[in-house]
Design a protein around this ligand. Structure first.
Ligand SMILES: Cc1cc2ncn([C@H]3O[C@H](COP(=O)(O)O)[C@@H](O)[C@H]3O)c2cc1C
Length: 200
């Protein structure tokens, strides 16, 4: 099974602003960005997907919809693929957020909810529920052996962490650009996942 993860293109947000669940718009035209992504995926020899999943946030769904049309594949919008909810920190500048609250969050990354949004544990649980559902289908149905997902940096790191069995803390340190592609493959015989590309 091939699982190709695509980070959305750059949103129209000032650098230094915290955003996760905020529905911020894309900076550039979605159609042209989708076309460029399709070309990059073809250059990587990614197999055309039988199904495309997307986060409902416009920075993902606006490129996912034309991509699903391009591949004429099944299209699923799933809220479990949304970025982590930073609660009261959403749309604030990181340097304007209370230092003590940021330190408390970093000190207990799994469970802290100083911002009133989602803890990392809650976030990874819901992303994991989506992943478990996908792999259950993928193991029984050859028709969904190639899946693409348009989603967010945090979700991509959480999925890589789950598939590869590396701590999320480790995956949080891996660079990931806007519109970056990560490709995971599960071998049929062993069932083990491996990374084909990261940040391509
Ligand atoms: C623990 C954790 C810490 C994060 N810090 C930033 N993001 C994530 O949230 C922001 C929005 O992502 P995108 O631009 O892909 O929609 C980015 O800064 C991204 O790295 C995080 C996500 C998680 C799970």
């Amino acid at each position: 099974m091939d699982l190709v993860l695509i980070r959305h293109p750059a949103p129209a947000v000032d650098a230094g602003v915290c955003y996760g669940s905020s529905d911020v718009p894309l900076l550039d035209a979605a159609g042209a960005s989708a076309q460029a992504l399709a070309e990059r995926l073809a250059e990587l020899d990614a197999p055309p997907p039988q199904a495309l999943w997307t986060s409902p946030l416009q920075r993902c769904a606006q490129v996912a919809a034309p991509l699903a049309q391009h591949w004429r594949c099944a299209y699923h919008v799933d809220a479990r693929l949304q970025e982590i909810d930073f609660g009261s920190w959403e749309r604030k500048r990181w340097d304007a957020i209370d230092r003590a609250a940021l330190d408390a969050w970093a000190a207990d990354l799994q469970h802290a909810r100083a911002h009133g949004g989602e803890s990392v544990a809650q976030f990874t649980t819901r992303v994991g529920q989506w992943f478990d559902g996908l792999t259950a289908v993928g193991s029984s149905d050859e028709h969904v052996s190639h899946c693409h997902v348009v989603t967010h940096a945090g979700v991509m790191r959480a999925l890589a962490s789950l598939a590869l069995g590396v701590p999320l803390q480790t995956a949080l340190g891996w660079p990931l650009g806007m519109a970056a592609i990560a490709w995971l493959r599960r071998e049929g015989t062993s069932g083990a996942w491996r990374l084909v590309h990261w940040n391509a």
